[in-house]
Design a protein around this ligand. Sequence first.
Ligand SMILES: Cc1cc2nc3c(=O)[nH]c(=O)nc-3n(C[C@H](O)[C@H](O)[C@H](O)COP(=O)(O)OP(=O)(O)OC[C@H]3O[C@@H](n4cnc5c(N)ncnc54)[C@H](O)[C@@H]3O)c2cc1C
Length: 415
Amino acid sequence: MQPHHDYDLIVAGAGMVGMSTALWAQSEGLRVAICDPNPAGSGTTSGSACVIATYACNPVNSPSIFKSLPSLLASPDSPLNFNLLHGLKNPAWMLSFLNNCRPARVDHIANALAGLLAHTDDGLNPLIALADAQDLIIENDCLYVWSSASGHTASLPSEARRARLGVQSDDLSPSDILTLEPNIRLPLHRGRRFKGVRHITSPQELVLRMHRKFTSLGGTTLPHKVVSSNADVDGVTAQLNDDTQIRAPRLVIAAGARSRDVKGSGADKLPLGTERGYHILYENHRDLLSRPVGWAEAGFYATPMADGLRVAGTVEINAIDAPFNTKSTAYLKRKSHNMFGNLGPPDSEWLGHRPTMPDSLPVIGPSNTSDRIIMAFGHQHIGLTLGGITGKIATDLAQGRKPSCDITAFSAGRF
Ligand SMILES: Cc1cc2nc3c(=O)[nH]c(=O)nc-3n(C[C@H](O)[C@H](O)[C@H](O)COP(=O)(O)OP(=O)(O)OC[C@H]3O[C@@H](n4cnc5c(N)ncnc54)[C@H](O)[C@@H]3O)c2cc1C
């Protein structure tokens, strides 16, 4: 007798990663159900700095962290906030993060990320076409600027690594920067232009259009959490928080920083943490820039968006449900005024949760519990960029195929 399946694939989470998976799988003819209690794309995806950051192979883990960490933590003017109590409650994650700051580990991580980033367009472009969302994509490069000689010097090893890994960029003088972006008022030391880089003017709109396409082609959306999953030889049963159960041959866990909430999936046993990040939006200052500009020492990007100028970044290591920290948004306000002059008060403020493993590599591949459950989370600072290719890989795995790129480094089995 055939086992009963409601769908061919269940996807938990409708952020950039989950929605990409659902659309890729559906485009291959699978009957897909996507479960999310919140609107598609409204999680961390919605508030990002919106850069399709194909150059972002350098992880936050860095050998220089041992030298720079004490001053970053002590400074009242730092893009990094660390909650000591949270750190003390999670010593294993913290130690593992530091262990992954050793030079050999950082090289391994950067190689693996560069390998995956090289497939960004293969994963993303077909989805942009399916969603009819080309108008949300701007190709005008992306800049990094350094305001100090010391900051620039400190970045040289990681910039050299990027170049070794094939990232194309140009070194810029202060006058080159101002020719490209005349409204920057910082004292400028040096810049870098990442060529061919695109950005998205509204990531939530992109995911909503993907969702609309998915629905129009017969995809099912269930507005519920997946609370647990149970795999057996024939398939997976997902328990939803409305007390219903659904069943499919495979389940993809793509619930971002909350992926551990799905009990029994294997995700609940992995050291997934979060780097909280913030943005502020100046609705009337969109025209200050024509492309995303990252101020390297200050740890944020200013990005021209459909609805204004978004200033997004900072890293706060704290519990996922800790209250909004106005220190971070006050920092972004101060620094954006340094960058552009007095912009007045921002129109809105936002907090999101980057899903981050201690080695800054995502988890993409079969769960340690069962190969009927596929992990697709942990994309830290680059999930908007890598969502498309992750969805393509997850679909390969759901179809029982070998993915087109090497995913060994992302296996759940590394923990
Ligand atoms: C300040 C900031 C700037 C950033 N800038 C960039 C950038 O420029 N470029 C880039 O590539 N990346 C950037 N990122 C990172 C990027 O935003 C994330 O990596 C990415 O959005 C993660 O996508 P996701 O689909 O995994 O998670 P999310 O977008 O958070 O989606 C997860 C979804 O799962 C749902 N969910 C939760 N629990 C359950 C459950 N139990 N069952 C079902 N559904 C569930 C949630 O409701 C949510 O909709 C930035 C992040 C921040 C915070």
